[in-house]
Each structure stands twice: as C-alpha cells, then as structure tokens.
Design a protein around this ligand. Structure first.
Ligand code: ADP
Ligand code: MG
Length: 400
C-alpha cells in the first residue's frame, strides 16, 4: 500500500484537536521538523566522510503553549504498547540545574528532556505540548531527530530567543540530546538535514568539517520511493560498534586519522601486509562509498539521474558484500525494484539489518515497482513516494 502522506496543515490541525482535548486550552505555538532518507553515503559519517540525505514530507509537529510555574506536560498521539502517552515533569530549580534534568518517565520523553537540557540560550519556561507525527517510529527515517529538532524549534518559539545561534550549533545540541539522553551514539546527519533541508534539494554533508551544501534535486519526472521492509533484525547490538572498531583499526594500520584520508592504493597496502579480510573489505566499503557520494552529488548537479541511480545500486552492493550490513529482506526489495523498467537505482538506507530501501524511479514507473514488490515480497512493506522537502520551521498559529 502506498501510504497517504498527510499535509503539515492537516497534522497541525490534528495536533491542535488533541491539545484541546488534553489541556482544555488553545495552543499558540506550532512547529514541524522532517524525517529524512539518506540517498547515498552509508556508514561514512563516523569515518569523517560524506553523506547525502534529503528531508521528507513525513514530519513531526509540536503544538503547545507557554505556562506559568515549573511544570512541563507533554502528550504524544503515538500509541506505545508499554508507555504512558502523557507525562509531566518539573523543570529543576534553580534553573542552572535544567542542564542536568533527569531521565525519569516514559522512554520517548527523554528526547524532549535531552533537548531542553541542551538548549542554547534562554532557559526554556514551563509549557504544555502535543507531539504528533507522520514519520514511522523506528523505521530508519529518523523520527528521533525529527522529534529533537521539532522540540528545539518549539523552544525557540517559546522563548522568543533573540540569541543568534547557528543551525550547526542547534543540530549539535540535538545530537548531544540523543547521545546523552537516549543513549544512541548517532552521527550528525539526521539533525543537520532535519534543520537544513530545503524543498527540491538534497544536502551534501561533510561530516569532518561539519559543513553542508544544498544540491538541487527536483525534476517532475523522477521521484524517490521509500519501501519500509517493516523488519528489524534484533542483533546482539554489537554490530555497529564492531564496524566502527574495524574502521578505526584500518585507519590505524594506515597511520591515517580516519578512512576519509585513505584511497584504493591503501587497500592494496592493507592486503600486502596481510590484514584480515574483514578489515580490508570494511575499509573498501568506506573508501568507495565516500567516492560514490561526492560523485553522486556531482551527478545530481548535472541532473544525470541515470548515473546517480547506478551509484545508489553500487552502494547497496558494497553494503551487502563488503560492509555486510544488509539482510535478505532488503536485498530482495532492492532486486525487485531493479527488475522494473524505469528504475534508475535502489539501495538499503540507514544502518542496515532491516528498515527501508530507497529507490530512484521515473514517476510513471513507480506504481509498477510497488506492484512488483507487493506480488513477490513475502513481508508487509509500506511505501512512501517522496520529493525532497523542507527543513524545520515554525508555522503561524492563527490563535496566537
Ligand atoms: P528512528 O529514528 O529510525 O525512527 P529511533 O529508535 O532512533 O528510530 O527513534 C524512535 C524513538 O523516538 C521512539 O521509540 C520514541 O521513543 C521516539 N519518538 C519518535 N517520534 C515520536 C513521537 N511522535 N512521539 C513519541 N516518541 C517519539
Ligand atoms: Mg533515530
């Protein structure tokens, strides 16, 4: 089923309705922040490399109102199996202690608390808020960053902060929230794109220098099809850190700061000193993926979608064979997409072992891809047809 994507206005209206029900009051602040899909550049962020995501029309909205006193009450419209939908916590006094706000309460609320704790500038005041989202949770489209960035944008509105804080610093504050409060050692990509995404553009991010450039990506004839496999293989949890360690080991053997500084001659060198096969193939993925990503950015600039698509497909192959982070479901989704005429490229996106694939396809062929997957894929996929969308923003709240 191709999921219907609700407009931001519709989501905000639904959030306002929930706010009235929960708080018997009218919200006067409304914001949104998008989820993202990474087009190319996988497992390159922690190697100081490049990534190239785009913001999605799937967003998290927050509506709310500043309150007197010290209590913050937040309500999520998402139905968790074992978690409360609403929680109230006190902002610690004196205000300096807000930086060390506790992690008690439902797990989802720590994302909000983490952003409050790391907010730059004025100390946020008490508030009531409703969180409502069209980003699937835990599907690899970064509902977590969408929630953090929406929270930050909400606090900006609430405090009417006049302090000039760069978007880089805001994104870093949200990343810190995810590290410290959710305990997820994520890179900077998700928060960057959620703040800086722009309609009709992808964002090439240099993870070493923390700089980014917008690259036009809008053409009536092509769309991005995201297919959520709706599987997540529970691993021991050590896969991510073992890949990181292997990359560090390869860089160390090469006497480089990171694999960003390595090239294909270095692969030959690693082989010549009898480095373990796994280390060599992990390094090869990172080195080739960084090259593919910068080349893909060039191809996008030139509107060479055919070559761009080929690079996406090569990226998948490298993730499957060299980095070994794919799984049978993702491989099958990619293969089924590539069977269809009009598909330019397809790959797994995100950390791997489940989650989504991203496919570049001519608009006229997208339904054929969906049908092919529906007919042959054994699981229960969800489809989203997307164009590059805008980053976080406040929305005028008519009742302000
Ligand atoms: P992803 O970022 O890929 O969607 P994560 O596991 O990183 O997956 O983040 C998902 C978690 O973020 C959820 O389990 C929840 O704790 C929090 N979250 C995201 N969106 C919402 C929301 N709308 N309401 C409440 N919590 C949310
Ligand atoms: Mg996440």
């Amino acid at each position: 089923m191709v999921a219907e994507i609700k407009s931001i206005d519709q989501l905000i209206n639904e959030a306002k309705t929930a706010f009235r029900q929960q708080f018997k009051d009218e919200p006067n602040v409304a914001v949104y922040a998008p989820g993202r899909v990474n087009l190319i550049g996988e497992h390159t962020d922690y190697n100081d490399g490049f990534v190239m995501p785009m913001a999605l029309p799937l967003v998290t909205v927050i509506v709310g109102k500043k309150m007197t006193g010290n209590d913050v009450t937040i309500y999520t419209t998402f139905d968790f199996e074992n978690e409360e939908k609403q929680t109230t916590f006190e902002l610690p006094q004196p205000t300096a202690l807000i930086r060390a706000i506790n992690k008690d309460g439902p797990k989802w609320a720590v994302y909000v608390k983490g952003v409050i704790a790391n907010y730059i500038g004025n100390i946020p005041s008490a508030f009531n808020a409703v969180i409502h989202s069209s980003v699937p949770l835990g599907g690899g489209l970064s509902s977590s960053a969408a929630l953090e960035v929406a929270t930050y944008t909400f606090l900006d509105q609430l405090t009417s902060s006049k302090t000039k804080v760069s978007v880089n610093d805001k994104a870093l504050a949200c990343q810190k929230a995810e590290h410290e409060y959710a305990g997820v050692p994520c890179g900077i990509m998700d928060q960057f794109i959620s703040f800086m995404g722009k309609e009709g553009h992808a964002l090439l991010i240099d993870c070493r220098h923390l700089t980014s450039i917008l690259i036009p990506f809008s053409d009536q004839n092509v769309v991005i099809l995201i297919t959520n496999s709706n599987v997540k293989h529970e691993l021991t949890g050590s896969e991510y850190s073992s890949r990181r360690k292997q990359c560090e080991e390869a860089a160390m053997l090469l006497k480089k700061v990171s694999l960003r500084d390595a090239n294909m001659d270095d692969i030959k060198y690693l082989e010549s000193i009898n480095t373990g096969k796994e280390i060599v193939s992990r390094a090869r993925h990172v080195i080739t993926e960084i090259t593919r990503t910068t080349l893909a950015a060039e191809m996008l600039k030139q509107r060479n979608f055919c070559k761009f698509g080929e690079l996406m497909t090569e990226s998948h192959k490298s993730l499957r064979l060299d980095y070994e982070v794919s799984c049978p479901e993702l491989d099958q989704l990619v293969d089924l997409a590539l069977e269809v005429d009009g598909v330019l490229g397809s790959r797994m996106t995100g950390g791997g072992f489940g989650g989504c694939t991203v496919t570049l396809v001519y608009s006229q062929s997208v339904q054929k891809v969906v049908d092919n997957i529906k007919n042959k894929y054994k699981g229960q996929p969800t489809f989203y047809v997307c164009k590059a969308s805008s980053g976080a923003s406040a929305v005028p709240c008519s009742c302000k």
